[in-house]
Design a protein around this ligand. Structure first.
Ligand code: SF4
Length: 76
């Protein structure tokens, strides 16, 4: 389970976030490209836009379930 006390600083404010366990595998960016992007210099993902409709929510949930290190959280 993702740890909200370990959120990457780039995450936009809101329920969904990526924590410091991210290994930059690309799954969330492929699954939910409207919401996740890459911090290229440091090599991890973060949430740049919170989901605003059912499609984006479904994609974020799928990304969370698919993340190999459980680095995606939703504390909303
Ligand atoms: S799926 Fe998980 S480990 Fe992979 S880039 Fe996204 S947050 Fe990081």
């Amino acid at each position: 389970m993702a740890d909200k006390s370990e959120k990457q600083s780039e995450n936009i404010v809101g329920a969904w976030f990526v924590d410091s366990n991210c290994i930059d595998c690309d799954v969330c960016r492929e699954t939910a490209p409207n919401n996740f992007t890459q911090q290229k210099e440091k090599g991890y993902s973060y949430v740049y836009k919170q989901p605003v409709n059912d499609d984006e929510l479904a994609q974020c949930r799928e990304a969370m379930e698919s993340c190999p290190v459980e680095a995606i959280g939703n504390d909303g």
